[in-house]
Design a protein. Structure first.
Length: 252
C-alpha cells in the first residue's frame, strides 16, 4: 500500500491539492469538520496524505494525530505541519490495525482513504475502541457509480475507465481499489456506529482526471459548483457523485 502513494507525494499538492475543484471540495469537507470537531478536541486522521486537513484543523485549535501508511506522504505532512505543535504525525496502515492509541474525540479520513481496504468491519471494531460514546467518525469515500466518470469516458469510447468502479480487480498501481456502497459501509460499521449524515461530493463537479476540462471554463466551473452545492444534501444522489461524505456516531 505505501509504495503506490510514495510516488505521488512530491507533486501531490501541485497536481491535486492546489487545483480549483479540489479546493472547492476540500472546503466543503472542512465545513463538515468544523461542525463536528470544535477547537480543543483531539482527532485521529486516517490517511493524512501531505497533511492539508491536519494543518487546517490545527489552525482552528484542534489537536490532530495524523496517520498514513506512505513514508513519503508522512514526510510531506511533517514538513507542512512543522510549525504547529497541535499535529502529531505517525505511521499507520489500515490493512494492519495493530497499533495502540488512546481514546480520541473523533476520527476522519478524506478523499478515498477507505477505498484502499476491502473490508471495513475490522476498521469499525478498531475505531470503536478508540472513540467515546457519541464520538464522530467521518469519511470521504469514492462512490461506486460516478456519473461524471461513466458519461465522460463513455462518450470518448474509454469504457474500461468509464466502468472501472463497477469492475472487480481495479487497481491503483499494484494496489487494489474498492468502492463500497453507502449501504455496505453502513452495514460494516453498524455493530458500533449509527449513520447520521451523508452527502454528495462532486455530483456535478468531475473526478480529478477531468478537472482540467472544467477548470478551463470559469463560467462552467461556477455553474457546476453552484449545482453541486445546491443538491449535495439530497442524500440519495450521493451514490452517483465522485465521492460521498458520510458520518457515523459511536453507539453507547
Amino acid at each position: 500500500m505505501p509504495a503506490a502513494f510514495d510516488a505521488l507525494a512530491p507533486t501531490y499538492d501541485h497536481d491535486f491539492t492546489a487545483s480549483p475543484i479540489a479546493r472547492i471540495l476540500r472546503a466543503r469537507v472542512h465545513t463538515r469538520l468544523d461542525q463536528r470537531f470544535p477547537s480543543s478536541t483531539h482527532i485521529l486522521e486516517l490517511g493524512c496524505g501531505t497533511g492539508e486537513d491536519a494543518l487546517y484543523l490545527a489552525q482552528r485549535g484542534v489537536r490532530v494525530t495524523a496517520t498514513d501508511a506512505s513514508p513519503a506522504m508522512l514526510d510531506a505532512a511533517r514538513a507542512k505541519t512543522a510549525a504547529t505543535p497541535l499535529v502529531h504525525i505517525e505511521a499507520l496502515d489500515l490493512s494492519n490495525l495493530s497499533a495502540t492509541y488512546p481514546v480520541f474525540d473523533g476520527a476522519f479520513a478524506n478523499f478515498g482513504v477507505l477505498n484502499c481496504i476491502p473490508n471495513w468491519k475490522p476498521l469499525a471494531a478498531w475505531l470503536a475502541d478508540r472513540l467515546p460514546s457519541r464520538g464522530i467518525a467521518a469519511f470521504g469515500v469514492m462512490s461506486p457509480l460516478c456519473l461524471w466518470e461513466i458519461g465522460w469516458h463513455g462518450i470518448h469510447g474509454d469504457f474500461k475507465t468509464a466502468f472501472r468502479r463497477q469492475r472487480r480487480g481495479t487497481t491503483f498501481g499494484a494496489l487494489p481499489i474498492y468502492y463500497p456502497t453507502i449501504r455496505r459501509l453502513t452495514s460494516d460499521l453498524a455493530p458500533y456506529f449509527c449513520r447520521i449524515h451523508v452527502e454528495a461530493l462532486g455530483l456535478f463537479l468531475p473526478p480529478s482526471d477531468v478537472y482540467a476540462v472544467v477548470e478551463r471554463c470559469p463560467r462552467l466551473l461556477h455553474a457546476l459548483t453552484a449545482l453541486d452545492q445546491r443538491l449535495s444534501h439530497v442524500s440519495p444522489l450521493a451514490l452517483f457523485a465522485d465521492h460521498y461524505w458520510i458520518e457515523f456516531e459511536r453507539l453507547s
